[in-house]
Design a protein around this ligand. Structure first.
Ligand code: PGA
Length: 263
């Protein structure tokens, strides 16, 4: 059976290829943790480059602020896979979450088939998966909706339903990522997209599970727009890139999320 969706907002820092050193990463994480640990209504996840995961994981105190990876490989355990990291290695390093299928990886050749293998391995291995989907551009004939539906269908196929308890979906329109000039998206539009994603999920993983999957928004969100995405767009949380690199901005977003209305 599925579980009711938690009312906590899920705020995820996606640090991408930042910062430069482990010292800076740890300092940054500790500052975020100080704020995050005080907030009852927010689950904070910090996703650093994999080289810093273990140092950050050692600094976790409690459950409110934990770490996640930005990717994972689908082969089990250990083996001859140069440059890759397995689910089991992440688990041993106390990593709880993993981002899979981010557009910056898909643009470098990660196909839906690979994403599906990674999602399957991560869910079966007990990680919480943040699956990223989103269109490159808008299409007046609704082509972008077909694109997102296809991503969800392909990325989630052949996975036993019980594993979807640990699934999170991040809707990240690619045109809105990294302040390219088009973003962030309009919250009302994001609201409609979230409903659309949930409808597709209902078809793919069943209505019960679909209702319990948190759906995040990602793409140039910042302290000025966070509340709109959480309240008007009714996102269950945010996947934050650039703004998460500023402790000040990210902490503000955590506090905004903590105070946002839940329903
Ligand atoms: P951004 O990145 O907030 O800098 O747009 C979001 C993401 O790529 O996950």
């Amino acid at each position: 059976m599925s579980q009711p969706k938690t009312s906590k907002k899920l705020i995820v820092a996606n640090w991408k290829m930042n910062p430069l050193s482990s010292n800076i990463a740890v300092k940054h994480f500790e500052e975020i943790r100080k704020t995050a640990n005080k907030l009852r209504n927010v689950q904070t996840v910090v996703c650093p480059p994999s080289i810093f995961l273990e140092s950050l994981a050692k600094k976790i105190t409690g459950h409110r602020c934990v770490v996640g990876a930005q990717d994972v490989f689908y082969e089990k355990g250990t083996g001859s896979n140069v440059g890759e990291v397995s689910v089991e290695q992440l688990k041993k390093s106390k990593v709880e979450y993993v981002i899979i299928g981010h557009s910056e990886r898909r643009s470098r050749g990660e196909t839906d088939e690979i994403v599906n293998k990674k999602v399957t391995a991560a869910l079966k291995g007990g990680l919480k998966v943040i699956l990223c989907v989103g269109e490159k551009e808008r299409d007046h004939d609704g082509g972008h909706l077909d694109f997102i539906a296809r991503e969800l269908v392909e990325d989630l196929k052949n996975i036993p339903r019980k594993y979807f308890l640990n699934l999170i979906v991040a809707y990240e329109p690619i045109w809105a990522i990294s302040n390219k000039g088009n973003g962030p998206a309009d919250p009302h539009d994001v609201y409609k997209m979230i409903i659309f994603v949930r409808k597709v999920l209902a078809r793919v993983i069943g209505k019960d599970f679909a209702m319990s999957v948190p759906i995040l928004y990602g793409g140039s969100s910042n302290p000025d727009t966070a509340l709109n995405f959480l309240e008007e767009a009714r996102a269950d949380g945010l996947l934050v890139g650039k703004a998460s690199l500023s402790t000040d901005h990210f902490s503000k977003m955590l506090k905004i999320a903590d105070k946002s209305r839940n329903e």
